[in-house]
Ligand binder design. Sequence first.
Ligand code: NAD
Length: 333
Amino acid sequence: MFINKDQVKTVAIIGTGVIGAGWAARCLHRGIDVMASDPGANAEEALREVIANAEQALQKIVPVPEEKKGKLIFTKDIEEAVKNADYIQESVPEVESIKIPVLKEISKYAKPNAIIGTSTSGLLPTRLQSEMVNPERLVVAHPFNPVYLLPLVEVVGGEATSEEAITTVMEFYKMIGMKPLKVRVEIDGFIADRLLEALWRELLHLVNDDVATTQEIDDAIIYGAGLRWSIMGTAMTYYLAGGKNGMRHFMAQFGPALKLPWTKLEAPELTDELIDKMVDGTAEQGAGKDLREWEQLRDNCLVSIMKGLSEFDHGAGKVIKEDYAIQKERLSL
Ligand SMILES: NC(=O)c1ccc[n+]([C@@H]2O[C@H](COP(=O)([O-])OP(=O)(O)OC[C@H]3O[C@@H](n4cnc5c(N)ncnc54)[C@H](O)[C@@H]3O)[C@@H](O)[C@H]2O)c1
């Protein structure tokens, strides 16, 4: 029997960079204590800064008084961080040779029935759990940045993962305001990154071939497809695009284009020139605001979009409505 959602009082976050800090903010806001660990210089200071920034957005979705929020303890020692934790989330760099020993160490000190999630963006859980004690409790819990606002978490098991661990942990993710999506087949990149990677590779080709700047490519998304994507995914979008004859008509009309050389998919070589074009292009786009200001703009817009969607009980808007109802009951708000 694994520790279930109602028994989770303390979560350990191992690795407190962009993603680990996001998990910490999400849990703390919902009254769960967090034990965080990261060997980086100034890691604690950076973590507290991200949490403070996240709070201004989180308060707009689920207002929680200060005294009901979780407490944060930071330690450099993994054993101390995990030994009393009821759930553990690993978010160290996306390198197998770092993740495998860290997961091994976590599993050695963790309670044997505490489920362990890894934030990996696409590494296979079967490999990541290969040296763990009680590997049946490892699940991929792949979130999206900013983790404290975006509900999606892809859940993937490896060959040794128990089905019960997956079912149990999905209930926990729902309890902290997320939308768990079970990826039924263990594949590289899972579902979301397989899609995002295709777009990213095309973007790199367009820049590499001097077809467009990073700004122009981003404009091609934010004024069009990007607006639609928060409402419906590509399959439903094209179903509507087929008119009253739906997908069959859409496929007949645009089927021939699938044979045209529109996409390349295999990524271009990452030459110094291409890296410079990407760095310079995005630096120009980002000029005028510092990182925290961009994050706040992004967060405020995300909150507004989700609140807009909640008026229609749809997509992420439905999730934030349910999240509010769950926290109201859990925390007696
Ligand atoms: N950035 C994203 O958009 C994104 C989205 C989803 C998932 N992920 C995944 O999340 C994970 C973390 O990515 P990130 O973007 O937060 O990276 P990051 O570089 O911001 O953070 C990684 C952190 O891990 C720490 N670390 C390194 N070795 C460690 C160790 N042995 N023990 C504990 N901490 C250690 C580093 O000091 C750093 O703070 C990766 O697996 C990545 O693929 C990233």
